[in-house]
Design a protein. Structure first.
Lengths: 757, 160
């Protein structure tokens, strides 16, 4: 890679670096840095030191990137400044098409204009329940909305939804009844939306549903109708990128238009201009995803270069695309789509590729996989093994399907009968594609789930690959000392692998760690035993049409803790807020033993800790909650009583049966419902700490104020997942620390009556 | 190794200076809306507090503010930090709405987001096409965005 040919690359990298460090220091610091850089650059120019001037300039670019990347305070009339939560009448404009993710659930993105008759600005993401009237982008609507501040579940090592929303500029969420949303005007959808609707409808008319959904994904990136299992298969096979609009689609489109124009004997420049217009129109239709913008900016640059009879440097266009996107939307730097798209393209562009069809294709696939590896591990904990080979078959098939599909959709605007023929030609290709992906996804170990590598590992990995590249280039030019780069590269890669797998091979630290995860309204408790094994007690909510806490919260948490295997999974009872996520956990983890209320674990030791199930006698006549599995875990002086969802009758039964109930920590039953946790029971248990696993703003009014009062009266310190995020209890048997993840506050409790710890 | 030529550096430096300056000013302006607003008002003759009420007192009955805006102003007053012009309009009476069909261009500039040029255009349009019949007519004035009209809706009235 020649720096002279890619003058924008250092600037783009510096700008991105500035955005990355923006949150680390105060704005004023970057302002000073910018001033210093400008002055230093001028001074260096004055004494004709261009290299120093260039360095100062790049420092200035970092500072400007940081200035661009730092958050501005919300304007005074922003909806985020309202006192929330409250229910208000909101008037606003839809800035995106409503997304129906279930027949009676839809998501609207509203740009507020008035709130309770006061002018307001700011985006609100609305979840509408019920059947939504037909609405479209750009329409002005009004509705009474239950507004709340944007929050997600707060757990270590899981996806931070609130941060994601903030990056999108959304600080306020809302719920509404769909039938209360009224349209105030009807300007008709803008033409890009109409084109998209028409195209999807034409595909739907001509093809059976699953193939139609797949083609809509391939052509337009519209995956809303794609069945879950097909979607999953594409993910597992490591070929999901073909379902996102990217350089692949844009390149095919631009090339097809170009070839068509040349066949029609249009002159060279007219063809380029036509291709530019079509590509920009396509971007408007499919929407402003980072991968689309990247591909379109690059395609337009290449086409403009051909207009000007200049050679386009691909690396330089890539850098310019990054600079343009980041200048417009700096927060995209942290978006997985942006990172994947740029990394894959950069990998393909700078990797040395061998000649030959098969070898070249394999090298392209390998380069892209190597480049996106740390990104997909960081965001999704996934390492695709089959993707390297699967792409060799999938990409050509997807290419053929894309070209055929584009032609067919184009024809459908002229005549459905003619288009039907074209669609019928595409159909077998789609079937072959699906078959190939299904086979690839079935291969054992197609996807490995691993802990996210930290920034140290990622940095070592990237510099290792860069060193190997330098070695490769140096070897071809027979530069002396190239071997040193080879050694450095290999050493750095080895270091990266070592750092990345450390959580998996780390020896047990002899502590009992019990984490009550924030899964909203529900329970999910991870127990890491002193001997390095892990147990899971309930897996949060899940099931169709709701967020699967097992997949989204429990699994990433376990992976990032280096846990790939569970010594035990206990599902205390069958309610969906406890058992719902268990399906995903069974699918994604190896599980040694499973326990339920009917099949309780025998008392056993894990290192210094002991797990026991409390007796249950009256299982038959009781409701599920009462029959739930109650567990206790002891280690030294620390003890945990996990009471699932049991109510007062079961509490009474446990007390009279003389079960061992006295505990240091009580997982309060049934999310703090008033039908549990009686004063008598608390007297028997005598907890010093009480943890309530409960969803923020849940519909049941949990936790009950009476229960909270009873707990305080009993002298227990109360921790709540809705306020404190995940609760992490760590003990060596003599002391106990409690970490509230959301605030990072740590409480230390001495368990020994003689305070020597 | 030569990264950039001298000429390239000069061009980039100019761009960098402008970008940094713009971003810095933008951040500062949003962080201190009151100071920014004060600066924005510097060249205006500070209208005496009575000047708004004066034209209205001529026929108080017809141009009395509609009952609606008054409570809104009060609610706004409970959150002083959210008021768009905390400094420049310290004498905000609860009933300070401006009659679009009577106000002079000077009085119009007291509205948030309306400068002398925009005020003149409003007066010009009124002179050319006759009095406003509804507040939405403001949208026909060049430089009036929909959002600005929404902002002004509660601050202006139209005498019948």
């Amino acid at each position: 890679m020649n720096l002279k040919r890619t003058p924008i690359a250092p600037i783009a990298v510096a700008f991105a670096g500035g955005i990355a460090v923006a949150s680390l220091a105060a704005l004023e610091l970057f302002l000073v840095a910018w001033l210093v850089a400008v002055v230093a650059c001028l001074a260096s120019l004055a004494v004709a030191r261009t290299l120093a001037a260039a360095a100062a300039l790049l420092l200035g670019v970092v500072a400007v990137g940081a200035l661009r990347g730092s958050d501005a305070p919300l304007p005074p009339d922003h909806v985020g400044r309202l006192a929330l939560p409250q229910t208000l009448r909101v008037e606003g404009r839809l800035v995106a098409e409503p997304r129906r993710w279930a027949p009676d659930r839809a998501r609207l993105l509203l740009d507020a204009v008035r709130v309770d008759d006061e002018p307001r600005v700011g985006l609100i993401q609305v979840a509408a329940y019920g059947v939504l009237p037909p609405l479209t982008e750009g329409q002005r609507v009004a509705a009474p909305l239950r507004l709340s501040r944007a929050t997600g579940f707060r757990n270590p090592g899981t996806y931070d939804y609130a941060a994601h929303l903030a990056r999108e500029g959304i600080f306020v969420l809302a719920t509404a009844r769909a039938d209360s949303v009224t349209a105030l005007d009807d300007p008709g959808p803008p033409w890009p939306v109409r084109v998209k609707h028409e195209s999807v409808a034409a595909i739907g008319r001509a093809l059976p549903p699953t193939s139609a959904a797949l083609l809509a994904g391939l052509l337009l990136g519209d995956r809303t109708e794609l069945p879950r299992d097909v979607d999953d298969a594409f993910r597992r096979a490591g070929v999901y990128h073909v379902l996102a609009v990217s350089g692949f689609n844009v390149g095919i489109l631009a090339a097809s238009v170009w070839v068509l124009c040349r066949l029609l004997r249009l002159p060279h420049r007219a063809s380029a201009v036509t291709a530019i217009i079509v590509v920009i129109g396509f971007a408007l239709v499919v929407g402003p995803e980072p991968s689309v913008l990247r591909a379109v900016v690059m395609a337009v640059l290449v086409l403009v270069a051909s207009l000007l009879d200049r050679d386009a440097s691909v690396t330089n266009s890539l850098a310019l695309a990054a600079l343009v996107i980041l200048a417009a939307r700096p927060s995209d730097l942290f978006d997985p789509g942006f990172q994947l798209s740029f990394a894959a393209t950069l990998g393909i562009v700078i990797a040395p590729l061998p000649r030959g069809m098969v070898l070249g294709a394999l090298a392209v696939s390998a380069a892209a996989q190597l480049a996106v590896l740390p990104i997909s591990l960081t965001h999704f904990n996934q390492l695709s093994t089959i993707g390297l080979i699967a792409n060799l078959g999938v990409v050509p098939l997807a290419g053929v399907a894309t070209v055929g599909g584009l032609v067919a959709v184009g024809l459908s605007f002229l005549s459905d009968t003619v288009a039907a023929v074209a669609f019928d030609v595409v159909w077998p290709v789609l079937l072959a594609l699906r078959g190939l992906v299904a086979v690839a996804a079935k291969v054992p170990c197609a996807v490995l789930y691993l802990p996210a590598p930290g920034w140290v590992a990622v940095t070592c990995y990237a510099s290792g690959l860069a060193s190997l590249l330098v070695w490769r280039v140096g070897r071809d030019r027979e530069v002396s000392g190239a071997r040193a780069w080879l050694l450095l590269g290999v050493a750095l890669l080895a270091l990266a692998v070592g750092v990345a797998v450390w959580p998996l091979v780390r020896p047990a630290d002899g502590l009992l760690r019990l984490t009550i995860l924030d899964v909203g309204q529900g329970d999910a408790i991870v127990v890491q035993t002193p001997d390095g094994r892990a147990l899971l007690i309930d897996a949060g909510s899940g099931g169709p049409m709701r967020l699967d806490a097992g997949e989204r919260v429990v699994a990433p948490f376990l992976w990032n803790r280096g846990i790939l295997r569970l010594a035990g999974l206990a599902v205390t009872h069958d309610d969906s807020d406890h058992a719902g996520g268990a399906g995903a956990v069974r699918r994604l983890f190896a599980i040694d033993e499973e326990w339920t209320a009917a099949n309780p674990p025998t008392t056993r030791r894990f290192g210094g800790a002991e797990l026991a199930a409390l007796p249950s006698t009256g299982v038959n006549g009781w409701r599920r909650n009462e029959a739930a599995l109650v567990l206790r875990i002891d280690m030294g002086l620390a003890s945990f009583l996990l009471t699932s969802d049991i109510g007062i009758p079961r509490e009474r039964e446990l007390t009279t049966a003389g079960a061992r109930l006295d505990s240091m920590v009580l997982k309060v039953a049934h999310h703090g419902s008033r039908s549990s946790t009686s004063s008598e029971f608390l007297r028997t248990v005598g907890p010093r700490l009480a943890a309530i696993s409960v969803g923020a703003r849940n519909a049941y009014g949990h936790p009950d104020a009476g229960v909270v009062a009873r707990l305080s009266e009993a002298g227990a310190q109360i921790y709540r997942t809705d306020r404190d995020g995940a609760l992490i209890f760590e003990t060596d048997g003599a002391t106990l620390t409690v970490t509230r993840w959301a605030s990072g506050r740590i409480d230390r409790v001495c368990l020994d009556p003689e305070p020597i710890c | 190794m030569i990264l950039y030529t001298r000429r390239q550096i000069v061009v980039l430096l100019i761009l960098l200076t402008i970008a940094g300056l713009g971003l810095a000013i933008g951040h500062w302006r949003r962080a201190r809306p009151d100071v920014a607003d004060y600066l924005e008002q510097l060249d205006r003759t500070p209208a005496p507090a009575s000047s708004l009420a004066a034209p209205r007192s001529e026929d108080g009955a017809s141009s009395a503010p509609s009952p609606e805006p008054a409570p809104r102003r009060q609610r706004r007053g409970t959150a002083p930090s959210e008021s768009p012009r905390p400094r420049s309009a310290p004498t905000d009476a609860p009933s300070d709405t401006i009659d679009l069909n009577r106000a002079t261009s000077d009085e119009l500039t007291r509205l948030p987001g309306v400068g002398p040029a925009l005020a003149r255009r409003i007066v010009d349009l009124r002179a050319a096409e006759g009095p406003f019949t509804q507040i939405d007519d403001l949208g026909r004035v060049r430089g009036m965005s929909v959002r600005k009209v929404e902002k002004l809706r509660e601050l202006v009235t139209i005498a019948k």
